[in-house]
Design a protein. Structure first.
Lengths: 326, 731
């Protein structure tokens, strides 16, 4: 671990001031400290923001849900409002990490999580994300867990968060506070595909702080859920996952929100699948046909070819679990 | 047979060291508080083969707290005398910091010593090493093998030619790492030319001898202390390079040094269960009677040592057949040397043989148990020896009954539960019952407490507890009055803590020592005119709860305290020993088991989930049932990992281990091991050893992986001949 200085701030003004001077924000620290130990991350200054007043879950005026950036994963998952209105979020959180990590890690930190690509985490390996221009060892290396969607020749690493897949499906917005004031961006705009600059992962400006994730109000009744496919039953990142939310009225799907995880360089929204569902009646045939579009544009690698088919089956399964076949 | 009543042995007692462990008071290798200790961190090679061309230590040495950087550039030449132990593999071990050669990715190339762990870690990251890298050879599939070890009986070629049923299969097993909870770690301190080492080891004498010959000092000059081992599974059966590095760093800095490998370093700094390719050809008659089997086995080893294990034995004796032919080749690669891992050799062989048996049963439409019963040998056909005990038939019968085996629909892909295909599978297991020479000292103090010592190890199976149980009964004392100590090379010698022989060997020595001491006390009493036992036939005296009395007249007797006090004795002492019988064995000695499991396979997603597992074991006498269960369940968990999850992945481009951490190298979590149950046939095998045990630690993992693979076949109709069985193989 490289030496660093550590300051703790008690309000957002102090945080922004420290952030502007180049400090790295730390809350739960479950990713950042790991990566510092591996010397992947070498921040000179850590700014502890745990005491900032960003720990509320509130219902917005329009009926959406705003989850403060410092709400712990476990708290968010167990929150009655989250559980009843967006089960997909609760489930995604509860299928993440371990109980210990969920008690430490925050929502803001969760969506900032860095990839689990083992070459990224090994400072002796080539990695454009860690060391721009050094190459990508995963492209022709062991890439079973890597992405098949949104990849580039520079990077094939997945975004590891489950919660972010649920947020992406629900078209959540990320609220930011920076030296120039507040703004909010959609999930699709917040997390960046690697392109030729995989070292840039979020559309964050210098010193900007995530204050909340806001899930918009969605038409009711809304059924939703998260399916995570992995080798062991707990404490593992997804091989594939699917977040599905459906608004079905009078037997017809009126709204469909679908995204996939474990397969994309960012949480992968599936608009083609959504379009296929809208206006249709739930049936096994519909789920199968819609899921056929889940891997559109996939670019599999040597060891993750199976993900193309597994992704379709994962989406098909979760559409059926959420939408039923009645 | 001891005349003593059995009170502690056979009782489901908790670990005597459990409280120390859960309260954090048990001291592991780098937990010991050693005055003035500094910290060492190893710098690993980032190439897989080649030469070091330069080591720039300036930045590291400039970092506050860094005391020294040692590499081949400045390390003293070490004697590195030949290791005389029979356990040392053929070849020549890695010599640390003696030249510029790199033999594998992750090889130690330097060590940084600093006043704090943090400074040493950071210092290690500041050492800049340059290399002349060559392409390493790490893929067994492409590499040439060495000369084979061979075994043959009969004429397999001819027998296969005429066999009514012939089958040919190849099974592949991934490399596995031990991944015990405690990382390998060593604390080393020199006092003049005397070296004291606190080591994570399964054999204090192994560490002692290796350090003595590496540094060219007398073994008596090296003391090794290892009271607690945080898991081992075999990885502590050898003193790895870091042990030498810790001692070297301590000598060069003239400070006690603590060195713990990181989790990542365990994947290349210690051994592993090697990658295997196991090809089987078998022939049988139409009723399933085997006539011949060939076994062609390839396993990886390092370029500098030949690692061999007992992978051929099961194929020679598990089933009856006249014709057997085996060839076992190692493939030297640019990797570190493998080492024994739980059920070494046998788990590998049993996966291939027991999968092949299941394939034959399916081909013939026979029940897998019936097929095995038809091939049950009457004697050990590899040696012609009678079995001491071989109760596999009972294992099958009890297992089938308790598991509900015969309720299964025998057809593959015949049972469904929603999205899940349900299958059941079984496999036999075998592991040899070995014993080795051991000694134990016993001391009974005038206060009525006893201390029993042997330089054994307890990596988790419960050596402390089971030997305390044995000693308590043999001495006639309550558990709380007996202390068993282990893990110090100053104690009476014990064999390596592996191969499931600790109970048989150390336990027999403890039994012997305690019997001797008790008889000494009885003799003292019956010859003491002032004793109520004076003149009594010593054979009729028993000791219970610390009181000696006539067996059939409990009123007549006295306590150890009374006896010793009256005789002005501060204590009594005895030395117990167990000596492995010399000359050829008169019996074929093995522990056996049968594993039954039910799995669910998601028909569309390819996920395999174990629903339940039952193991039935013919393992002789069970000294400590609660810890036996702990062993058995642990073995099943290990087997589940081997079958479904564990795979050390090497990037063949540069020899790097890609998944050298516990997030990417998957071991089962609680959710993966739902309903596990063990049954032990009531046994007592005195042909094996004086206390009747056959060893349990290994047999409990043997057969688990093939039982799961067979259940996956039964669930899906698909035979996966590669471990681990992954989602992608089943899609």
């Amino acid at each position: 671990m490289y030496p660093f200085s550590f300051t703790k701030v008690s309000d957002t003004r102090g945080a922004l001031a420290a952030g502007r001077r180049g400090g790295r924000y730390i809350a739960g620290g479950t990713t950042l400290v790991d990566l510092m130990r591996e010397t992947v991350e070498r921040p000179e200054t850590l700014v502890d923001i745990s005491d900032l007043p960003l720990r509320d879950v509130t219902v917005t005026e329009r009926g959406g849900l705003r989850i403060g950036a410092l709400v712990r994963m476990a708290e968010a998952a167990a929150h009655p409002k989250v559980r009843t209105t967006y089960p997909v979020v609760s489930q995604a959180l509860e299928l993440s990490a371990s109980a210990q990590l969920r008690n430490m890690a925050t929502i803001g930190g969760n969506i900032m999580q860095r990839t689990r690509c083992t070459y990224f985490r090994d400072v002796t390996a080539a990695c454009n994300k860690r060391d721009p221009g050094s190459g990508c060892a995963a492209l022709k290396g062991f890439n079973r867990t890597h992405a098949i969607l949104g990849t580039s020749d520079a990077c094939v690493a997945t975004h590891p968060s489950d919660a972010a897949v649920a947020f992406a499906a629900l078209e959540a917005r990320v609220h930011l506070l920076g030296p120039d004031g507040e703004r909010s961006v959609t999930f699709a705009d917040f997390l960046l595909k690697p392109g030729s600059t995989p070292n840039r992962e979020q559309a964050l400006r210098k010193g900007e702080l995530i204050t909340a994730v806001e899930i918009p109000a969605l038409a009711r009744p809304l059924k939703s859920g998260y399916l995570k496919v992995r080798d062991r039953q707990s404490y593992e990142f997804a091989l594939t996952s699917a977040a599905v939310a459906l608004h079905i009225r009078a037997g017809v799907i009126r709204e469909a929100k679908v995204a996939a995880g474990g397969v994309g360089t960012v949480p992968w929204k599936l608009p083609a699948v959504e379009r296929h569902l809208i206006g249709e009646r739930p049936s096994q045939a519909l789920w199968t046909q819609a899921a056929e579009r889940a891997a559109d544009g996939a670019r599999p690698l040597e060891h993750n070819r199976f993900k193309t088919e597994l992704l379709k089956r994962t989406v098909e399964r979760q559409l059926r679990i959420v939408g039923g076949t009645a | 047979m001891s005349p003593q009543p059995q009170a502690a042995v056979g009782a489901p007692l908790s670990r005597v060291d459990g409280r120390l462990k859960v309260t954090g008071k048990a001291r592991y290798a780098v937990d010991h508080e050693i005055a003035g200790a500094v910290h060492a961190v190893i710098v690993d090679s980032s190439i897989g083969r080649g030469r070091i061309t330069g080591i720039d230590t300036r930045a590291a040495l400039d970092h506050a707290g860094v005391l020294k950087v040692i590499s081949h550039v400045n390390a003293p030449k070490l004697p590195y005398q030949r290791n005389p132990l029979p356990t040392a593999p053929p070849g020549e071990r890695l010599h640390v910091f003696q030249d510029d050669k790199v033999h594998f990715h992750g090889q130690p190339v330097a060590v940084v010593v600093a006043t704090t762990l943090e400074a040493a870690q950071h210092g290690a990251s500041l050492v800049k090493v340059t290399y002349d890298a060559q392409q390493p050879s790490t893929d067994m599939a492409d590499a040439p093998a060495g000369e084979p070890q061979k075994y043959a009986r009969g004429d397999t070629d001819k027998a296969l030619e005429v066999a009514a049923v012939r089958m040919e299969m190849t099974y592949d097993l991934a490399r596995n790492n031990h991944n015990a909870m405690e990382p390998h770690a060593t604390t080393a301190r020199w006092d003049g030319d005397k070296l004291t080492v606190w080591d994570k080891t399964q054999w204090v004498f192994g560490t002692q001898i290796e350090l003595a010959v590496v540094f060219g000092v007398a073994p008596e000059s090296v003391r090794v202390i290892s009271p607690f081992v945080g898991g081992g599974f075999g990885s502590g059966l050898r003193a790895w390079p870091h042990v030498t590095i810790a001692a070297l760093a301590a000598r060069e800095t003239k400070r006690p040094v603590k060195l713990a490998l990181s989790r990542k370093q365990l994947y290349f700094g210690t051994g592993f269960r090697p990658t295997y390719e196991y090809a089987v050809r078998l022939g049988s008659d139409r009723r399933g009677r085997l006539t011949a089997m060939t076994h062609d086995v390839r396993a990886e080893t390092s370029s500098y040592e030949t690692f061999l294990e007992s992978v051929l034995i099961p194929g020679q004796m598990l089933y009856s057949m006249p014709h057997v032919s085996q060839e076992y080749r190692t493939v030297p690669l640019d990797v570190h040397t493998p080492l024994f891992m739980r059920g070494p050799g046998y788990t590998t062989a049993s996966y291939a043989i027991e999968s092949a048996m299941d394939e034959l049963a399916d081909k013939l439409g026979l029940d897998p148990i019936e097929l095995r019963l038809r091939n049950e040998p009457e004697e050990d056909e590899s040696s012609g020896l009678p079995f001491s005990t071989r109760r596999l038939r009972e294992c099958y019968a009890v297992g089938a009954r308790e598991f509900g085996w015969h309720r299964r629909n025998p057809g593959p892909r015949s049972t469904r539960d929603g999205d899940w295909l349900i299958g059941t599978g079984m496999a036999a297991g075998v592991y040899d019952t070995a014993r080795n020479d051991a000694q134990a000292s016993v001391r009974l103090d005038a206060d009525g407490t006893a201390l029993v010592q042997s330089a054994a190890s307890d990596m988790g199976p419960g050596t402390y507890t089971s030997n305390t149980q044995l000693a308590a009964d043999a001495l006639g004392l309550p558990m709380g009055k007996v202390t068993f100590r282990l893990g110090d090379s100053l104690m009476p010698p014990a064999p390596p803590h592996g191969g499931s022989w600790t109970m048989a060997s150390v336990g027999s020595a403890v039994q012997d020592g305690c019997d001797k001491l008790r008889k000494q006390a009885v003799k003292l009493a019956v010859e003491d005119a002032k004793s109520p036992l004076h003149g009594v036939n010593p054979d009729t005296v028993v000791v219970r709860a610390g009181r000696l009395h006539v067996k059939h007249n409990p009123a007549r007797g006295e306590t150890y305290q009374q006896l010793l006090a009256r005789n002005n004795r501060t204590h009594l002492e005895a030395m117990g020993s167990f000596t492995r019988p010399t000359g050829p064995e008169r019996h074929s000695l093995f522990a056996y088991g049968a594993v039954f499991t039910e799995v669910a396979v998601d028909a569309r997603l390819g996920l395999v989930r174990v629903r339940r597992m039952l193991g039935v074991y013919d393992a002789g006498r069970i000294i400590s049932p609660k810890l036996a269960d702990s062993q058995a369940l642990g073995g099943m968990v290990g087997g589940i990992g081997q079958a479904l999850l564990e795979h050390t992945v090497t990037d063949h481009r540069d020899g790097r281990i890609v998944n050298a951490n516990l997030a990417d190298y998957l071991v089962p979590v609680n959710a993966d091991v739902p309903d596990l149950r063990a049954i032990y046939l009531d046994g007592d095998d005195r042909d094996a050893d004086p206390i009747g045990v056959k060893g349990l630690g290994e047999i409990v993992q043997v057969g688990v992986a093939p039982a799961i693979a067979n259940a996956v076949f039964h669930a899906t109709g698909r035979r996966i001949r590669e471990l681990p069985i992954t989602t992608e193989a089943l899609l």
